[in-house]
Design a protein around this ligand. Structure first.
Ligand code: HEC
Ligand code: HEC
Ligand code: HEC
Length: 485
């Protein structure tokens, strides 16, 4: 008798699972022939702009692959998944998607065949996109994009984890109801436009909002509270920092105009885009028209600071003065003078729109130093954009500075010029170095345009990246000719 219990409870479980499966699995939508559908040229054009705002290409174009043909690998804790082909090829892409099926995929996260999509596709944000914008996007993907025959790749997730019905449960629990965005009563029209773009198509929260253990964003809109856009844990060793009003760790000290300029050009008076934000500027935000860039900036500036003790950054001239006098006695100061000061200057203020300021930068004042260590190890390239066509490169220092030296120099800059970041331990540098070790060769393979200095070559001689008056090439890139300025 006893042994029957497991059997019966097993059967009951199975029945419950089957019943919920039936309830949760949405119906398949029939394929349609879209060849004869008619779209206005204006609609296709608007759709192209919206596809840029939504950055569809970021995930749906593999490195070196055809536009929107999918196949980009995305790692998850249980195995890799691949983005799908969203070109209008009827067999391997979405050429047989009706508008209804397209709308369902984007706003509800359900593919035409009826399975739930992995939330790597940011449908919880797209749920807010208006139907008229979706119609324009649909027109663009049906007529503005070249069809490419390229079969989708199955995920590497092993069965039974690869079953999709748990994704339907996730969707039921965490995805918002799809509905056109409605401005709040009395909301300024420009702010409302910004909220629509940021919380919807722009899906900024996918990187900038912290996630729960179950992977949903802890807040999807500003109405959900202070965690919205409050910064996240590192992803591929880059931290998407807070976009709230905090002065030290967020964008409290940026003006609306500076922010709008940063979005469209990747740079402004004090800052330069780097890490995984570079692609967002390069593929998406540089195409914003001036009105939308201002709308996004004005909306972001409405998000209040989270730190109750928030106060404006106060520049402190002491360290700069000491360095100027040739006093590099503080730990890390000599490494800074030798490797960094040529571009970022002894006063930590950099050169406007060329070399970013280190004084007051949120990268230095945030608790998590991962991005900071990462950029010092690997360097970065400020991308060319339509309104700022020059690329500017910071060389990586991973090949010439050891973990101790990097810990020293980042600790030094986190504590100089008025910055208030905690010291960084050698061990933290070792971890980021290990985590990013393979990325260098991947960058080259992906043809991402990064100019990395390969170890052993260009030793101290890569002066092409230095301002002309600083090309000495004796030992260090950009070492100053005379003195420590
Ligand atoms: C952050 C990454 C990301 C972005 C941005 C993104 N997608 Fe996706 N999308 C995915 C992934 C991954 C899948 C496949 C999910 C799966 O297989 O469950 C997908 C699936 C889809 C599907 C379902 C296709 C099918 O094969 O049934 C459509 C349609 C789609 N995306 C359209 C878009 C459009 C349009 C945009 C821009 C507005 C966009 N996506 C932006 C990651 C993304
Ligand atoms: C793929 C992930 C990702 C997405 C999507 C993303 N960001 Fe970022 N963002 C980052 C990372 C990483 C950084 C840190 C690097 C830097 O400061 O350039 C960053 C930095 C920024 C900064 C600079 C903040 C500072 O203090 O220097 C701004 C402003 C910003 N993002 C705005 C946005 C907006 C607006 C959106 C949506 C339209 C967005 N981001 C979408 C990853 C992302
Ligand atoms: C050749 C000029 C040059 C040198 C030398 C250089 N940098 Fe940079 N630095 C840049 C540029 C350009 C960027 C922007 C990179 C990007 O956009 O990807 C940058 C970005 C940064 C940032 C991100 C700033 C932000 O926006 O928050 C930090 C931090 C940084 N550098 C630290 C250092 C340190 C530390 C050193 C020395 C070990 C150094 N840099 C040496 C040119 C330089």
């Amino acid at each position: 008798m006893k042994r029957k219990w497991p059997l019966i409870s097993g059967l009951v479980l199975l029945a419950v699972a089957a019943a919920s499966f039936a309830l949760l699995s949405p119906k398949r939508l029939e394929p349609v022939n879209t060849a004869s559908a008619r779209f206005e040229p204006r609609q296709i054009e608007r759709g192209e702009y919206l596809a840029r705002v939504g950055d569809c290409t970021a995930c749906h174009t593999a490195p070196g692959g055809a536009a929107f043909a999918g196949g980009l690998v995305m790692q998850t804790p249980i195995g890799a998944i691949y983005s799908t082909n969203i070109t209008p090829d009827p067999e391997t892409g979405i050429g047989d998607y009706s508008f209804e099926a397209f709308e369902r995929a984007l706003r509800h996260g359900i593919a035409r065949e009826g399975h739930t999509l992995y939330p790597a596709m940011p449908y919880p944000s797209y749920a807010r996109v208006s139907e008229s914008n979706l119609r324009d996007l649909y027109a663009y993907f049906m007529r503005g994009v070249a069809p490419v025959r390229q079969a989708n790749r199955d995920s590497d997730i092993p069965w039974p984890l690869s079953m999709r019905w748990p994704l339907s449960i996730w969707r039921g629990l965490f995805a918002p109801k799809a509905a056109d965005f409605v401005p709040r009563p009395g909301q300024d029209a420009v702010v409302a436009r910004g909220a629509y773009l940021v919380e919807g198509l722009g899906h900024c929260g996918a990187c900038h909002t912290p996630r729960a253990l179950t992977m949903q964003e802890k807040a999807l809109t500003s109405a959900d509270g202070a965690r919205y856009l409050s910064g996240s844990v590192p992803l591929e060793s880059w931290v998407a920092k807070s976009l709230r009003g905090d002065h030290r760790t967020g964008i409290g000290s940026w003006s609306e105009a500076e922010l709008a300029q940063f979005l469209r050009t990747g740079r402004n008076e004090h800052n330069a885009v780097f890490g995984s934000m570079t692609g967002v500027v390069e593929h998406s935000l540089q195409y914003l028209d001036a009105g939308d860039a201002t709308a996004i900036a004005r909306y972001l500036k409405t998000l209040p600071a989270n730190d109750p003790g928030d106060a404006p950054f106060r520049y402190d001239g002491q360290v700069g003065h000491a360095l100027w006098q040739g006093d590099d006695g503080r730990r890390g100061a000599a490494v800074y003078i030798d490797n960094c000061a040529a571009c970022h200057r002894t006063d930590g203020r950099g050169y406007a729109t060329v070399f970013p300021a280190l004084a007051g930068s949120a990268t230095l004042n945030s608790d998590d130093p991962t991005s900071l260590i990462h950029i010092v190890l690997r360097g970065g390239t400020l991308p060319a954009t339509r309104h700022a066509p020059s690329t500017i490169t910071m060389p990586g220092f991973g090949w010439r500075l050891d973990d101790r030296q990097i810990a020293d120099v980042v600790t030094f800059i986190r504590g100089s010029w008025g910055n208030g970041g905690h010291p960084v331990a050698e061990d933290a540098v070792r971890k980021v170095r290990r985590a990013t070790a393979n990325a260098a060769s991947e960058d080259v393979a992906a043809g991402s345009g990064r100019r990395l200095i390969p170890p052993g070559r260009n030793r101290g001689a890569d002066c092409s990246i230095c301002p002309p008056e600083r090309r000495t090439c004796s030992r260090n890139p950009c070492r100053l000719r005379n003195g420590n300025r």
